[in-house]
Design a protein around this ligand. Structure first.
Ligand code: SF4
Ligand code: SF4
Length: 78
């Protein structure tokens, strides 16, 4: 079991792919199927890949729209 949980405020995402590019573990992707409320294809953690997250916060720091929150599984926001 992984140590971190990465959450996306899906409807705020613009699908710019910055987080996808900067994740050192390459576990993020753009949802090519579903659109969010703004009409963009939003970013997601790839299915089954959450356990690979190392909690580096790169995704959350790079996101220009503050879409991403990274939590330690103890429950505290990192
Ligand atoms: S915290 Fe780091 S390893 Fe985890 S999804 Fe974000 S960029 Fe990737
Ligand atoms: S960096 Fe932010 S706005 Fe851009 S795709 Fe990732 S979550 Fe969406």
């Amino acid at each position: 079991m992984g140590k971190y949980l990465v959450k996306f405020n899906r409807d705020k995402c613009k699908g710019c792919e910055l987080c996808v590019s900067f994740c050192p573990k390459k576990i993020l992707e753009i949802d090519k199927v579903d659109m969010n409320a703004k009409g963009y294809h939003p970013a997601n953690v790839k299915p089954g890949q959450m356990d690979e997250c190392i909690g580096c916060l790169s995704c959350a720091l790079m996101c220009p729209d503050n879409v991403i929150s990274v939590y330690e599984l103890s429950g505290d926001e990192k």
